[in-house]
Design a protein around this ligand. Structure first.
Ligand code: AVJ
Length: 328
């Protein structure tokens, strides 16, 4: 079987109340309620996100697949210029897109190993298995944990050159200040000659962006609402999920898609594990996610600010999505 490092449990055992319970309590105790989007991805949430990636409205996955399909040769060659390396895939998920690069690197007979990182243990188990089937000769070591935990683990356990993948517009979940902290911390684990390939969803017709988060089939709504189901399941809460609805809007000035869960009535919710009862006014909302859209100058500026230089910008045909290759 494939080796797997689980960093998620180490964190939980260090405290009586779980990090999840504390984050939920904190987010629901403020004037404008909020919940961290990283908690979307339990088993059900990861499966729902895979369904989102198949939606016609959710163009991001297909656009990035196009970028990678068109440019995998050049990318694989550029990754390999400094010799053998660790390919670190932050937020790997089902690695649908990364598999294109893994195939290409294998075809080019490059010397590398693959380290997928994700907060979903289910996703990492499934990925490890599927890679063993599809690329049996590939060296894989999956890491379950949050980005920062994983980076620290990598620092201590993976010497040598690193190529970091941060695909899928996952950077979009961060506020401006958070994305700087995040990229700076990635930078602090890297050395001269290391690289970062980052996927960003670009600014475009607001209608297209809006539809991507308001699909006809209601999968995105189910994905958002699953967060409440998860709190019910894991923290012994009694959210009446039917009494909440999904609402997602795009702000074209800030370039951000914001997702909310709106309470359809006045209600009280008890969350046992957090030792908390939360009151919702009718139509009060919980902010659950930001999905920032970038312009190329913005991405270049962000990289530069964090110690990265742009090597190449890879686009899809419509220039709606970009994978930006940075080097240290
Ligand atoms: C996985 C963070 C890139 O923000 O577009 C999809 C998650 N949320 N539909 C995104 C998501 C609603 C997605 N990312």
């Amino acid at each position: 079987t494939v080796p797997m490092i689980d960093l998620s449990r180490a964190q939980e055992s260090s405290s009586h109340t779980s990090t999840f319970a504390r984050d939920v309590a904190e987010g629901l105790s403020t004037k404008y309620k909020t919940l961290p989007s990283r908690y979307f991805y339990d088993g059900t949430g990861s499966r729902l996100f895979q369904q989102i990636m198949d939606l016609t409205e959710y163009y991001l996955t297909r656009s990035e697949l196009e970028v990678l399909t068109q440019n995998k040769e050049s990318m694989a060659t550029q990754f390999s210029q400094g010799g053998s390396f660790h390919l670190i895939d932050l937020g790997a998920g089902d690695a649908l897109k990364t598999k294109l690069l893994l195939q290409e690197l294998t075809t080019q007979q490059r010397s590398f190993d693959y380290v997928p990182v994700d907060i979903s243990k289910d996703a990492m188990l499934e990925l490890s298995e599927s890679l063993q089937q599809e690329l049996p000769q590939l060296k894989v070591e999956a890491v379950v944990g949050e980005y920062f935990q994983a980076l620290e683990w990598l620092q201590e356990n993976k010497d040598g050159r690193k190529v970091v993948l941060f695909l899928g517009s996952n950077i979009g979940n961060f506020e401006a200040a958070e994305s700087i902290t995040f990229l700076q911390s990635i930078r602090s684990y890297l050395h001269a000659g290391d690289q970062l390939l980052m996927g960003v969803d670009l600014r475009k017709d607001p209608g297209i962006i809006l539809n991507a988060y308001n699909d006809e089939a209601g999968i995105t709504a189910a994905f958002n609402l699953n967060l409440l189901h998860r709190i019910n399941r894991e923290l012994g809460a009694d959210f009446n999920v039917d009494q909440f609805c999904h609402h997602a809007i795009y702000n074209p000035q800030e370039g951000v898609m914001r997702s909310f869960l709106v309470s359809k009535q006045a209600q009280d919710v008890h969350i046992s594990e957090a030792g908390l009862t939360v009151h919702f006014d009718a139509w009060e909302a919980i902010h659950t996610e930001n999905s920032y859209k970038y312009s190329i100058p913005q991405v270049e500026g962000l990289g530069r600010q964090c110690g990265f230089a742009v090597d190449t910008v890879f686009y899809d045909k419509q220039k709606g999505f970009a994978d930006v290759l940075f080097s240290v």
